[in-house]
Write a protein that binds this ligand. Structure first.
Ligand code: MSP
Length: 647
């Protein structure tokens, strides 16, 4: 049995999870699940990066100790990963004693190699990246090339790591092990970066308290990237009393794979191997850098522009459809564009229609034809097509080409559908040729079973439910991808809809009423907090004039009615003291009956741009607090004339 170590990056705790964290973790979990099914002994690692100035400052901004902020965000991560069914074997926090012990050991080994030296250092520092830049690397006005925010001049005595000493060893590594950095385009970028000359790296901070003290250098803390990268082996017990997992999965492990975003590839494919070489420790076998999710085609900057959270999709549909969408839509390694519209389209066509309808049709027809059971007439009609698709799927999954893998499965789904349409078994039930009906149904259900087994790493929950519908066990090995495993003549449960079709117009209107600004995804530096759940005081400050530009007014509800087909939206007619009444669409139907609102006063944003929601023009926004997802309307303490300004 081979061992397979796969890791996500460890996530900063200054921010709550967003699409980047969710996507990388989905990928890592998919790989881990696939490898387990393939028969490997897998160790899947994720966790949080909790030290450094960025965290120190974010905590101070909220009047918290850094560890209190970290605990709060870590709890959010644990909840989310449980909700999304992430199957990690460990979650490492860099503030844990086991990690700190391991980092000290790595630092001691690097020190023993003579690769640290003290030097005076002046440079321009980006706190968001936790990186010093040279003027050459910066944008005009000494702004960070990633975050576009101004870098701070720093002058301090630092410990340096002799990165330059490892230039040739790194180039040799890339040459010797062509798959070390994936995809190739990124490998070439890294080779060029190293070949153009490596400067020694400052690896201690004397102005940052929130970090691991640098052994032997009082007043210095260990540079957060040296601290963070070490997590991959400290989580396995390196430098601790029981390094058993380290021996098994790293030192003697077969594959050691890091999945990272392209923005942090340099740290993983240049600095990390150099640290390990210096410490005399084995290197990862592959560092895979994926691209970025862009929102509505807009360029993304790491913690600057366009960070977004697909919470509304997870809340409504669970994790699996989002997981399917992200893996299906992106060519792994390249950037891809995210939009709610694209999500709904793919959900409806691929999941509700192709997969869900085919399954429920097959189960319904089989139950009808065979008195509540599956067919007992085997046939190999779809065997060749299935075997070809499964072979393509496996090749693609082995190479992390998730989109290709899913395309192969959907090709088989379409072939199955065509075959069904050609044979129309539903028209032949009870006819003279029930044997043929049985064969058509068996072979089609078998193709679907194979698709479901293959989907287990990608949509673990939904795939298990498809297998249940076909009265098949949830597979624990890819051996189940061999043709012929579908049981004959067993009772089939009545089909439950797996992917109920989404009414696109209703859905898009509801989410934009929930958070109009999410629709166009607000971009802020620092990242935009979720309007509902973000702790107070973490949004960027606005000045008085900016606040006064928002026209808040009291309005009286004159009439209220439900928006047809929507469970969330009400159409309110409001008197805001103007010549004409205005209509506002508000996402409050889950908490308020329309009749009970008439005569009440509310507070509105009166100068919001009009927006069309489900064909109705909405002129403004009604203010509400939100608790457990339910809105609570705001109102003046006692009635005032409609139109009264609120400030
Ligand atoms: N703490 C470091 C990693 C240390 S690993 C030893 C870090 N943390 S992070 O929270 O900022 O990282 C988030 C991950 O999300 C990175 O892999 C980053 O590339 C990824 N993404 C951030 N925004 C993203 C998208 N819009 N799309 C896809 N992934 C992107 O960096």
């Amino acid at each position: 049995m081979s061992t397979y170590f796969v890791s996500s990056p460890i996530y900063y705790v200054n921010d709550r999870p967003h699409i980047g964290h969710i996507f990388t973790t989905f990928v890592v979990d998919t790989i881990a699940r696939y490898r387990r099914l393939r028969g490997d002994e897998v160790f899947c690692l994720t966790g949080t990066d909790e030290h450094g100035q960025k965290i120190e400052r974010a905590a101070a901004a909220r009047g918290l100790e850094p560890i209190a902020l970290a605990d709060e965000v870590v709890a959010v991560y644990h909840r989310l990963w449980a909700e999304l069914g992430i199957s990690h074997d460990d979650f490492i926090r860099t503030t844990e004693a086991r990690h700190i012990a391991g980092v000290r050991e790595i630092v001691a080994r690097i020190a023993a190699s003579g690769d640290f030296y003290l030097n005076h250092h002046e440079g321009l520092y980006c706190t968001a990246c936790e990186v010093f830049y040279t003027e050459k690397e910066l944008l005009a006005g000494n702004r960070c090339p990633i975050h576009e925010s101004a870098c701070e001049p720093r002058s301090e005595q630092n410990l340096f790591f002799r990165l330059s000493k490892y230039q040739q060893a790194l180039l040799d590594l890339y040459e010797r092990q062509p798959g070390f950095i994936k995809p190739e385009i990124r490998a070439n970028e890294m080779k060029q970066f190293v070949a153009s000359g490596l400067r020694d790296l400052s690896v201690s901070r004397s102005n940052v308290q929130w970090g691991i003290p640098f052994p032997g250098h009082e007043g210095h803390t260990i540079y957060v990237w040296l601290d963070a990268l070490s997590n991959y082996i400290t989580a396995l017990g390196f430098g601790q009393p029981d390094p058993g997992l380290y021996q098994k999965f790293w030192a003697e492990g077969d594959e050691r794979v890091h999945i990272v975003g392209k923005d942090i590839l340099r740290f993983h494919s240049v600095y990390w191997p150099a640290f390990l070489l210096s410490a005399g420790l084995p290197l990862p076998t592959t560092v895979w850098a994926h691209g970025f999710w862009l929102r509505d085609e807009r360029k993304i900057a790491k913690s600057g522009g366009n960070i977004f959270r697909p919470n509304h999709l997870i809340e409504r549909f669970g994790g699996d459809p989002l997981r399917y969408f992200l893996l299906r839509e992106m060519v792994f390694g390249q950037d891809a564009s995210f939009s709610d519209e694209a999500f709904v389209d793919r959900f409806n066509s691929d999941l509700a229609n192709d997969l869900g309808n085919t399954l429920s049709r097959l189960v319904t027809v089989s139950r009808k034809a065979f008195a509540g059971r599956s067919s007992d007439r085997r046939s190999d009609a779809l065997k060749a097509a299935s075997e070809a698709a499964i072979a393509d799927y496996r090749r693609a999954m082995d190479g992390f080409a998730f989109q290709e893998a899913l395309r192969a499965l959907w090709r088989l789904l379409q072939e199955t559908n065509q075959y069904l349409v050609q044979n129309e078994p539903w028209k032949k039930i009870g006819g003279p040729n029930s044997g043929q009906v049985g064969e058509v149904l068996w072979t089609s259900c078998e193709a679907l079973r194979l698709i479901a087994v293959a989907l287990l790493p990608i949509m673990p929950d939904k795939a298990a439910r498809i297998l249940e519908s076909l009265a098949c066990p949830v597979a624990d090995s890819l051996d189940a991808l061999a043709w012929g495993g579908l049981p004959c003549g067993v009772p089939l449960p009545a089909p439950a809809p797996l992917f109920p079709r989404i009414d696109k117009a209703v859905f898009l209107a509801e989410i934009s009423a929930d958070s109009p600004q999410e629709k166009k995804i607000v971009t802020t530096v620092p990242p935009k907090p979720d309007p509902d759940a973000a702790p107070a005081g973490t949004s960027p400050k606005i000045n008085y004039d900016q606040f006064m530009n928002v026209e808040l007014r009291v309005a009286a509800v004159v009439a209220a009615e439900r928006v047809p087909k929507s469970s969330k939206l009400l159409l309110l007619t409001l008197d805001a003291g103007e010549a004409e009444k205005r209509t506002v669409v508000a996402g409050i139907a889950k908490a308020y009956e329309p009749e009970a609102l008439v005569g009440r006063q509310v507070i509105i944003v009166a100068n919001l741009e009009p927006a069309k929601l489900m064909g109705v023009e909405s002129n403004g926004m009604v203010l509400a607090a939100s608790e457990d997802g339910l809105p609570i309307l705001l109102a003046p303490e006692r009635a005032v004339p409609p139109g009264t300004r609120v400030r």
